[in-house]
Design a protein around this ligand. Structure first.
Ligand code: ITT
Length: 201
């Protein structure tokens, strides 16, 4: 079966491409084409909402197609902010906010607490929807955020996030380094046996 990756986020798409050269055979920015309401209470619920919606649309359009759909719902959480922005990471600065708006809103929230740095972690839930069932796996990356932007690599909150064991932000580290330690990379490692099993169907 063919794997369709459903995301409208270019940063995620780049990382998935780099991490699954062999497994992913179809990339899609279908999510951008639909007004999907991500109203789940968890990363897992939102990942399932996205993958189910695209799977259903594909089935309606190509009923005899042989494919399954994978999606990613992710975000950053700060204990000092009671877990915010969490599942609201993509719209922390409001509906329609871009990555930069969200990044500076979080920097200002850290500064408002009188902090120069504070612990933080990323979560990724990867959902797989197929005719053989639904699966969800998670991955986490722990570290800290600082009160400024350093580097222009990665996406989203990466320029303010320093992973545990590193001194550089993800804005200063290459994608290859990030993928080995990231929430998305860890979730994908758990998803790979499922992906490979479905690819053989
Ligand atoms: P989809 O089309 O895949 O839904 P999205 O950007 O709307 O894309 P989410 O709802 O999962 O996706 O929101 C994820 C947000 O969390 C993303 O916009 C970033 O702000 C942040 N984020 C997630 N993973 C990240 C990473 O690896 N590096 C930096 N920021 C990340």
């Amino acid at each position: 079966m063919k794997l369709v990756l459903a995301t409208g986020n270019k940063g995620k798409l780049r990382e998935f491409r780099q991490m699954c050269q062999d497994e992913v055979v179809a990339f899609s920015d279908l999510l951008g084409a639909f007004d999907i309401v991500e109203d789940g209470a968890t990363f897992a619920e939102n990942a399932l909402i996205k993958a189910r919606t695209i799977y259903k649309k594909l089935k309606e359009t190509y009923p005899s197609g042989n494919y399954f759909v994978i999606s990613d719902d992710s975000g950053i959480s700060l204990p000092v902010l009671d877990g915010a922005p969490g599942i609201y990471s993509a719209r922390y600065a409001g509906e329609g906010a871009n990555d930069k708006d969200n990044l500076y809103k979080l920097i200002n929230a850290v500064k408002a607490k009188g902090l120069k740095e504070t612990p933080a972690y990323y979560t990724a839930a990867i959902a797989i929807v197929s005719q053989y069932g639904e699966y969800v796996v998670h991955g986490w990356m722990h570290g800290k955020v600082i009160d400024k932007v350093r580097g222009d690599k990665g996406f989203g909150y990466d320029p303010m996030f320093i992973p545990s064991g590193f001194e550089k932000t993800l804005g200063e580290l290459d994608d290859e380094v990030k993928s080995k330690i990231s929430h998305r990379g860890k979730a994908l490692a758990l998803a790979k046996p499922i992906i490979q099993m479905l690819r053989r169907k």
